[in-house]
Write a protein that binds this ligand. Structure first.
Ligand SMILES: [Zn+2]
Length: 98
């Protein structure tokens, strides 16, 4: 017998955003409800830039994080009264990733 396992997440399951440095793979995890300060624009470990910016310019890291947080919160609010749930299915590789 063959069984298939489907791993899904609902927006309400989201608890934090993880920023993973593409150079050293360090991860910065931020609880979604506590995103309220400036985020680093470079990796705190290897100093790899996480976006293009000028001194005192916009914080692009924060822009990306706020955009994702707002999308998640807007979807949560819209789904509150819906007669169905909406879930994202993870690939087998993602669901077994450490
Ligand atoms: Zn890094």
């Amino acid at each position: 017998m063959t069984t298939k396992r489907h791993v899904t997440i609902e927006v309400s399951d989201l608890t934090s955003l993880h920023i993973q440095c593409s150079k050293c793979n360090s991860v910065l995890a931020i609880p979604i409800g506590k995103i309220d300060r400036k985020l680093p624009q470079q990796c705190p470990n290897c100093t790899n830039r996480w976006g293009e910016w000028e001194h005192n310019g916009p914080n692009h890291t924060m822009d990306y994080v706020v955009e994702v947080r707002n999308a998640a919160e807007n979807l949560k609010a819209k789904m509150k009264d819906a007669g169905f749930t909406l879930a994202l299915e993870l690939s087998p590789e993602a669901s077994t990733r450490d």
